[in-house]
Each structure stands twice: as structure tokens, then as C-alpha cells.
Design a protein around this ligand. Sequence first.
Ligand SMILES: [Zn+2]
Length: 464
Amino acid sequence: MVALLSFLKAQPDKQFCVIFDDLKRFARDAEFHMKLRRELNAVRAKVECLNFKFEDTPEGEFIETIMAAQGELERKQNRRQVIQKMQSRVSAGYYLFAPTYGYTYEKVDGHGKMLVPDGEKAEIVRTAYEGLAAGRFRTIAEVKRYFEEVSDLPRNKHGEIRFTTVSEILRRPLYAGLINVPTWGIKNLLGRHEPLVSYEVWSKAQSMLDGKALAPARRDISEDFPLRGFILCGDCGGQLTACWSKSRSGKMHPYYLCAQRGCPSKRKSIRRADVEEAFEEELQSLRPRTAILSLCKAMFRDAWDVRARDAQNVSARLRQEASKLQIKIDRLVDRLVEADTPSVVTAYEACIERLQHDKRLAEDRLKNGSNPATSLEDTFELALRFLANPWKIWDTGHLGLRRTVLRMVFLEPVSYCRKTGLRTAKTTLPFNVIGDFSDTKCGMVDPSGIEPLTSCMPCRRSPS
Ligand SMILES: [Zn+2]
């Protein structure tokens, strides 16, 4: 409008005419309309109405004001009607704002236009949440790297996805099927759209994010030094850092080194190849014999059956828990209705919200507990392939997979001594168990002949 006014001002010798309806549509309210009108008068532009002649008299001005005010009223009424329609649609469980990543809108019979999972994008979001919940991703930075590898999310000029974009995706209750519209007082309403992840997975991901420092993971953990942060100095126990350094011939060489103050090994570099070869040798040694693997399989199957039997008891308990929580919620709602002090109301509301969270979790477990996500065979195959040879996964060279191997195989970081090499690593339970068997004669025995061993499985002891 400013541009138009200055354009008009720049041409004092010409007569311009503005259509009243255009002006009415442009001005937000009657007051603004009359202000624009005065500005237009100042540059001698005439305002014409197609079906009414405004006179340049106080009466004419009055009529124009009324007409502008009527326009404003209509606009406000329309707005109110649209909002009311939207509110009632949202209250019925339909999300209707811009679709978020992983969802798109589609016409669904009996529902009209509604949110539906958006193919591959939905899968990417699901993987991110499940990875966080399972501990495969530990920070937003790790999810960000994953998104950068697989997704087409918008990037900045450095080709990176912004932290806020990733964090927003990881904090959206919509993916767990819940709708929130704070301005309309709608909080965690159960939507009709298909959730991408269960409420349990979503909540786990949230506590993962809350519990961890959200600082970006060190940028220098790179493909070049996959063991950085995992190998400790054998002298002082501090983490070894890594660097490339230039030799006299100008060639770059990779090193791990200790940077701790006061350490006798401070700044004494260890060739990367020495550290990594020693580590890879250790990892390669973690290969149980085939006989032990089939024993493992038998133990898994045993544990699986016990769990399946337990599952029924668990379902009954969860169902009971959910109905108890509902009773508590109802009671609190009754009291909330009678409460008249704002502080009491807030306290009740917080309490109800907490109970609803617990109830959603219980219902979620109930729903997902009854039908396992994968078949017994699939689960076995995956676990056994990993147990059979973690080295193979390491050898893919994929940084994310390599970190997963470090987390799943080793209980804690491993020390490397400049003189004696790698110290014995503490492995996680599956490898401990397999390792113990490898040491004893049991590994040689046919698995069917050592039935008593299976009774060592902790799940056996749980009440069935
Ligand atoms: Zn040191």
C-alpha cells in the first residue's frame, strides 16, 4: 500500500480511481479503511463504488464508514464460523493443520480428508523414534545424522538439517496419535489418525532426550576414527583423542593419543593402525562355535515360550491397572468440577494429566503386547546373526553400525597401553555367556544333552 501511495504521489498530474470493494477487502477494519481513504484523498485518488455513489459530504463519509464497518463484521463472522467448524472437527479427533513430516492428507471413506502415514517418510520417523527408545540413537545429533543420510528434509546452505527441525520432529505427540492445540485448550486428545509409533515408544524417546545433554555430539567423531571416545589411555584411564598429523615428508598420518594433563603418555601418539588392528582382533575373537550357537537358539526358544505364557498374565494385570487408573481419573475430575481455587484446579489438572499418561502407557502395552512386532524366527535370526559374528557388522565400515556394535558388545570402554597393547575388554551379557561356554567343555556337547543349563535362564525363575 505504501508503494501504491508513493506511486500515486509521484504522478500529481493524473487522476486515479480506487474501487471501493477492493479497498474494503484490503483494509482489516473500518478504522484502517478510513485511514487509507484519507491518504488516498491526500493524493487526489478517487474511491468509486460500483453500485453506490459516495458524495464528498459528511453524509457520504458516514455511509462509507458504515459500509466499511459492515465489511469488517462479515469478515469477523466468517472467521468465527471457520474456527468453530475447525474446532469441532479437531474435537472429533481429526488433525487439520499443515501435515507434519511423515504424514500426508488423503480422503478416507467414512472420515473425509484425514492424516495418513506418508510411505517412506513415515518409516524414517518411525526408525528415528524406535532407535531412540531402544538406545540405538543417544542424542539429537545422532538422529540428525541419520536424517541427513536418508531423508529429504530441508537443509541449510552447508547441506545440514537444522537441529530445531530434528528436535521438533522428535517432540511431536502427533506421531503417537495425540493432538495438541494449546490456543483452543486441546491437550493430548486421542486423534483418529494412525499413530506412527506407540505411546510407549514415544515416551521412551522423550525420556531419552530429557535425560541426555542435548549438546551436539562432538563433530570430530568422524569416520576416520571410529574408536575415538571408546579407547582409554592405559596409563591414566582418560579417553584417547585422535588426530591427523603431518610427517616431515608432508604426508598425513592418523594417530590416537592421550591429552590428559600429568599423564606419562601425554601427547605420545599411537599409530591408528596399531589400536584398530588390536581392537579388530579382539572383535574377531568374539565368535562362538556353531554348537554354542545352536545351544543359544534352544535357550532363546525356551525363554520365548516362557515369555509367551507370562504375556497372558501381564495382559490381565495391565487391563486391571488401566481400569483402576480410569477410576482414579474419574474421581479427580469430579473433585475438579467442585474446586474453586485456581491453585487447587491446577494441581488437580496436573494430577489428572499424570494419571492419563500412565493409563495411555498401560493401554499401549496391552495393545502391543498381544501381537509381537516380528515373528520368533525373524527375531532369532537377527540376534543370532549378530551373536555369530559382530565383526562382520563392524567390517561394513558404516559409522552408525560400528557405534551400535561398540554399544552392544562392550560393557565399558577398553584401555589401550602403549607398551602392552589392548587390555581385555568387558563384554555384554550375551558375549559373556557365550564366552563362558567356550571356555568350558560344554561348548562341545550336543545342545540337546545339556538340558539343566537352560534352567539358568533368569526368565525361568519368573512366576508363570
Ligand atoms: Zn593418559
